[in-house]
Structure formats: structure tokens, C-alpha cells
Design a protein around this ligand. Structure first.
Ligand code: HEC
Ligand code: HEC
Length: 378
């Protein structure tokens, strides 16, 4: 655990922590200043006590509180590296705007599904942090798979795609759902291409996105365009300001939750700028976890990969429930509790769960409304 002096993150300008300090100073009670600014609950008690005292005292003049030391952000940058990038360009391939625009249109186009009723956006809703908030999503004729739809925001930054990592990048990933019989259910790649080629608008859009290519409407190019669009679905937020060096970008309560997240060992798996998305780990490392899903073993057939899943990114996690690969965990609090128990062998108190949840709430970022605006569909 960090020392109390390191935890004390409040800035003089914060009203919440400033007020009791001011009363204390005017009453000149020694020691109480430190107490009321500490983050571990002691502050609250002195608050109440001082309020009671304050009632019988005429309102004193309020001096400006002294500046308090800012959080030393550098101790976190080793773990989380740095702020989110604005985009994850493919190596050596900064995409053309026309390719991104084509990807945006395809992402929203239900013509990529057999019954013309399901688009990528049906399950990964861009105005809902890239999810549908259901345990599993209805696809072709309402069928549901056995895995939860993860968010597409920041997905391009993960080391692999899908819960079991069976696609190497977002381009490879995009080829899957269109042909998946319970998702978009198109019978074959040629039928997808045939359908798109029948529309004049797509002929022009593909030609603009892939200039100089003689037959640009291909399944590979379709996936490349969707991938190019997804590579800019970044959601920077306050945590990025914090990682960028602004210690005041998080509240003292959020920093306390961050410290607990670090000291408990969550960062052994959920590290890096995405707070996850960098490795596979077993669900149930310390205490076995009940699930019928074999995870990565389905891909590799290796017994050692049983119940191994990609460690999910926790960016925007307060918005993307329900949780876990099967969507079986309804609340974030419960997900935190289960992680403590099964991954770390720790039983968190309610206060500890709440503290970590407060930090995780600070991982909410901003969606670029103009970037995700639904375009006209051909
Ligand atoms: C019927 C719902 C549904 C539709 C439609 C759908 N997806 Fe998904 N998507 C899922 C599910 C479920 C998963 C997780 C499956 C797994 O891991 O086995 C997933 C995984 C992903 C991932 C991986 C994210 C990560 O964290 O690993 C990306 C990216 C993605 N989908 C993009 C797309 C795109 C692009 C389209 C349209 C071409 C699309 N999806 C259509 C349900 C859907
Ligand atoms: C040993 C590695 C490991 C550790 C340590 C760990 N996690 Fe996880 N975490 C995972 C894996 C793997 C998953 C995916 C589990 C699944 O879906 O079955 C996950 C999933 C989650 C989820 C759900 C994400 C989602 O999109 O559904 C949350 C929230 C979470 N972890 C928070 C935490 C917290 C908080 C801690 C510390 C108390 C922690 N984790 C510690 C590996 C780990």
C-alpha cells in the first residue's frame, strides 16, 4: 500500500476537500488539517465533528487553503504506459479518408446480412459504447450465440480479436460475423460481393477507397475498409489526461481506487493503456471458475488453454455490461468481487469493491459523435 502522504491527492482547488480544511484552519485545531484531507474515511468523521463545532461559532473569515501536493503520475505510467492513441493505423498504412468512409457505411449497412435486417451496429451499437448491453445478442432470425458481444471501441488496440483470440486483427475479424450462420448469415463471400456490386453507389465508393485497383469490390477490401473505420474508434477520457501528467484529472476517490486496483494485483493482467487487451489468462487462476466455454482451447486444442480468454480491456467498462465472456455477470460490482475471488484469492469488502468501481468509472471516455454519425446507406 502506498503511504497516506502519497495517497493524498486532493488539490487545493477542490471544493469538497477544501471546505473542512478552511474551517479547521480558522479554528486552529492542530493536526486536524491532515486528518480532514486524508482519503481513508478519517476525513469524514472530523468533518461532522467540525460542523457541530462550527454551529456554535460565528462564521469565520475563510482564508484560501494552501496548495496541496499533486499526485505523482509517473508511478503509474510504467503500468499503463501512456494515454490512448487517437487511432491504431495498420503498420505502414495510414488509411485514406475514403476508405474510412466506406468502412463506416458498411458498418451500418444491413445489406451485409441475409435478411437485410442486421448490421455490425445491431450488436455493437456505436452510440452505446459499442455494445447492446445484453448477455448475448440476437442475430439471424433471433438466434443467440453463447458469447457476449464485446465493445468495438478501442478493440483495434487489442493484441488479438475475439474472447479467444481467433482473429489476428480487426480486418481479419470483420470477415467472420457476415458469414456466421447465427449472426449475419450470408451464405458465401461471392454472394456478399454480388449484392454490393449490384449497387452503383458501392462501385464508386470502393473505387474511391482503393484507387488504381481494377476490381476493387472484394471481400478482402470490404474487411479492410471496416477495419480502417474501427481503427479510429478511440475513446480518450480523463484517465488519459491523468496518464499524460495531469494528476488532478482524477478525483482523490478515484486515485484511491486506482491504488487499490494496483496493490491488489489486478494490473498483473489488466495493464497497458487499454487496462487489458494484451494477453490471455485463465478464468479461475486461483479458485476454479464454473463455465462450459473452453475458451482458447477451442482454437488451439491444447489442454493448457482450457478456460483461457483474452484479458478484456476495462476502458468504458461501467458502460459495457453485462460482463464476462458469456455475459453472465450482471453488475460491475459483482465482476470485481468475482475477479478478486477467482483471479487473486481475495475477498473484497463492500467498501473495497466500491472503491475499485469508482476508479473503473474514471475509465469512461468520450465517443466522437461526428465520427460515428450514421451515413446514408446505398
Ligand atoms: C449478432 C451479433 C453480432 C453482429 C451482427 C456482429 N458482431 Fe461482432 N461480435 C459479436 C460477438 C458475440 C463477439 C464475440 C465472439 C467471440 O469472441 O467468440 C463479437 C466480436 C467482435 C469483435 C472483437 C472485439 C474484441 O474485443 O475481441 C469485433 C472487433 C467485432 N465483433 C466487430 C464486428 C463487426 C465489424 C461486425 C460487422 C461486420 C460485427 N462485429 C457483427 C456479435 C456480433
Ligand atoms: C490472472 C489474470 C487476471 C487478474 C489478476 C484480474 N483479471 Fe479481470 N479478467 C481476467 C480475464 C481472463 C477476464 C475475462 C474473464 C471471462 O470473461 O471469463 C477478466 C474480466 C474482467 C472483467 C469483466 C470485463 C468484461 O468486459 O466483461 C472485469 C470488470 C475485471 N476483469 C476486473 C478485474 C479487477 C477489478 C481485478 C482485480 C481485483 C481483476 N480483474 C484481476 C483476468 C484477470
Amino acid at each position: 500500500m502506498p503511504k497516506a502522504s502519497e495517497q493524498c491527492a486532493c488539490k487545493g482547488s477542490r471544493v469538497k476537500s477544501g471546505r473542512p480544511v478552511q474551517i479547521v484552519k480558522s479554528l486552529t485545531i492542530p493536526g486536524a488539517v491532515v486528518d480532514s484531507r486524508s482519503l481513508n474515511g478519517g476525513g469524514m468523521k472530523s468533518w461532522i465533528w467540525l460542523l457541530a463545532l462550527g454551529c456554535s461559532t460565528p462564521a469565520p473569515e475563510v482564508p484560501t487553503p494552501p496548495p496541496t501536493p499533486a499526485v505523482d503520475v509517473s508511478k503509474y505510467t510504467g503500468i499503463f504506459q501512456g494515454p490512448l492513441p487517437a487511432r491504431w493505423d495498420r503498420a505502414g498504412d495510414p488509411a485514406l479518408e475514403q476508405k474510412v468512409q466506406l468502412g463506416r457505411i458498411l458498418y451500418y449497412d444491413p445489406a451485409l446480412s441475409l435478411n437485410n435486417d442486421i448490421s455490425c451496429n445491431s450488436c455493437h451499437q456505436l452510440d452505446r459504447f459499442g455494445v447492446d448491453n445484453q448477455p448475448t445478442s440476437p442475430g439471424h432470425q433471433g438466434q443467440r450465440g453463447d458469447r457476449n458481444s464485446p465493445t468495438v471501441y478501442n478493440a483495434a488496440g487489442h493484441f488479438v480479436q475475439f474472447w479467444d483470440g481467433r482473429a489476428v486483427d480487426v480486418e481479419a475479424q470483420a470477415k467472420g460475423p457476415i458469414l456466421n450462420p447465427i449472426e449475419m448469415a450470408m451464405p458465401s463471400e461471392p454472394e456478399v460481393i454480388q449484392r454490393l456490386s449490384a449497387k452503383e453507389e458501392y462501385k464508386k465508393l470502393f473505387a474511391d477507397a482503393f484507387p488504381g485497383v481494377s476490381d476493387p469490390i472484394t471481400y478482402d477490401n470490404l474487411a479492410a475498409a471496416i477495419g480502417a473505420f474501427e481503427r479510429r474508434l478511440s475513446t480518450p477520457g480523463r484517465f488519459d489526461k491523468f496518464l499524460g501528467g495531469d494528476g488532478a484529472a482524477l478525483t482523490p476517490e478515484e486515485v484511491a481506487g486506482l491504488d487499490l486496483f494496483v496493490s491488489s494485483g489486478c494490473v498483473a493482467c489488466h495493464g497497458g493503456t487499454l487496462v487489458g487487451g494484451t494477453m490471455y489468462q485463465k478464468i479461475g487462476v486461483v479458485k476454479p471458475y464454473e463455465t462450459a466455454d473452453l475458451g482458447r482451447q477451442k482454437v488451439t486444442n491444447a489442454p493448457a488453454d482450457e478456460k483461457m480468454f483474452k484479458v478484456p480491456s476495462l476502458r468504458n467498462i461501467s458502460k459495457t455490461g453485462p460482463y464476462f465472456h458469456d455475459g453472465s455477470v450482471a453488475t460491475l460490482d459483482d465482476a470485481i468481487r468475482k475477479m478478486g475471488e477467482h483471479q487473486l484469492g481475495k475477498t473484497f469488502t463492500d467498501a473495497e469493491v466500491a472503491s475499485i468501481a469508482t476508479f473503473l468509472g474514471a475509465l469512461d471516455g468520450e465517443v466522437d459523435a461526428a465520427y460515428i454519425a450514421k451515413p446514408a446507406i446505398p
